[in-house]
Design a protein around this ligand. Structure first.
Ligand code: 5AD
Length: 361
């Protein structure tokens, strides 16, 4: 057992699972110390910079059936869409003209050759319309090594694939039990992405039914031991058209999941000082200022949604996903001024690659 005070605990260079669990269960007073330490580590290592990625939700058609997700295959209560190439390219152009620096193409998991070839064509076109300047992150699930290689060759340089939970038992309690949803395959895909040369992003959901603080501490150590470059993690938010909704009475109040999400960001920043951490939308879904709070807690990436307005409400992973009625340009200016107001600098026209990745290369 550690005899350290909370302050001493925070100053360590190495953190055990127990240390992290302590940090995640900090009371109000210690939470403030945790957040302050995370901010200090952030300023020394990744400065006040915040990078933008314009998020384009290209399709909500998915072959998977994850128990928590609103766009799971078996959910018959959602309208399925796939953006046209023109819609995607004009969103990319919007990001380029508004100096976002980079975009994320995110969608349900589809592995057909029609689909993977379509993505390849899009990658070429996006590189063309931006003179090769727009950075491209993909978030399109588990694919073959050949597909990952092809997309990398065509200019995608970052890939997000959340492990969802690093605890294989918890993982299997929130997914169907078959090959398509196997923990081992997911882990294997993360390895492939790294082999191919991507900057690799992963993440977990926080506050899942049956999840313990000890498992969350394990998630943080997983991210560290897999030498991950970028992380997006946020509170689990129940969706009524999913199987996991039946376990909603096991959940902590949403405010607690929100706070735990912020603490996870702070702990991760302390644990991995030079990675990219996203201030995720799920935090904003709970509190309007959620993303700014995550930035203060150590996050340095923000992913404004630039999916064409009519489709944005249909890509519903969870309930109360923020929907934006104002036009995007006005919104971007507001976002920048909100980030500036909390003391951080939005870096336009920049890929904002993870410093960790540069060190790892
Ligand atoms: N609550 C919070 N996050 C969710 N995701 C999917 N469903 C939910 C939910 N109900 C997250 C998963 C997935 C990412 C795209 O969205 O972590 O990887």
């Amino acid at each position: 057992m550690s005899h350290l005070s909370f302050e001493q605990l925070l100053q360590q260079e190495k953190f055990s699972r127990d240390d992290l669990a302590k940090m995640l269960t900090a009371d109000e007073e210690n939470t403030l110390k945790l957040l302050a330490r995370a901010e200090e580590v952030r300023l020394t290592n990744v400065s006040r910079n915040v990078y933008l990625r314009g998020l384009i939700e290209i399709s909500n058609i998915c072959s998977k059936d994850c128990y928590y997700c609103g766009i799971r295959k078996s959910n018959k209560n959602t309208y399925r869409y796939e953006l046209s190439s023109d819609e995607i390219l004009s969103a990319a152009e919007f990001a380029y003209k508004n100096r976002f620096g980079s975009i994320v193409l995110q969608g349900g998991e589809i592995t057909s050759s029609r689909y993977t070839e379509w993505i390849s064509t899009l990658l070429k076109e996006i590189k063309n319309l931006s003179n090769g300047e727009l950075g491209i992150t993909l978030s399109l699930g588990e694919q073959s090594k050949e597909t990952y290689e092809e997309w990398f060759r065509l200019g995608a340089h970052r890939y997000l694939l959340r492990i969802e939970s690093s605890d294989s038992c918890l993982y299997s309690s929130i997914h169907p039990h078959n090959n398509l949803h196997s923990y081992r395959n997911r882990l294997h895909s993360l390895g492939l992405l790294k082999e191919v040369g991507y900057q690799v992003g992963t993440g977990v959901m926080i506050g899942l039914p049956g999840q313990t603080v000890d498992q969350l501490a394990g998630d943080l150590l997983f991210i560290k031991s897999h030498d991950i470059d970028m992380v997006g993690m946020g509170p689990y938010i129940e969706h009524k058209d999913t199987p996991l909704y039946s376990r909603r009475d096991e959940l902590a109040p949403i405010e607690e999941r929100y706070l735990l999400g912020l603490k996870m960001v702070a702990c991760l920043r302390i644990l991995m000082s030079d990675i990219n951490i996203a201030a995720v939308t799920a935090l904003q879904a709970i509190k309007p200022e959620g993303r700014e709070m995550a930035i203060k807690a150590g996050a340095n990436v923000i992913m404004p949604n630039i999916t064409p307005g009519i489709w944005r409400n249909v890509y519903k992973l969870y309930e109360n996903k923020p929907t934006i009625s104002q036009n995007d340009e006005e919104n971007l200016a507001q976002l920048i001024s909100r980030i500036t107001a909390v003391g951080y600098n939005v870096q336009l026209d920049s890929w904002g690659d993870s410093l960790h990745f540069k060190g790892r290369k």
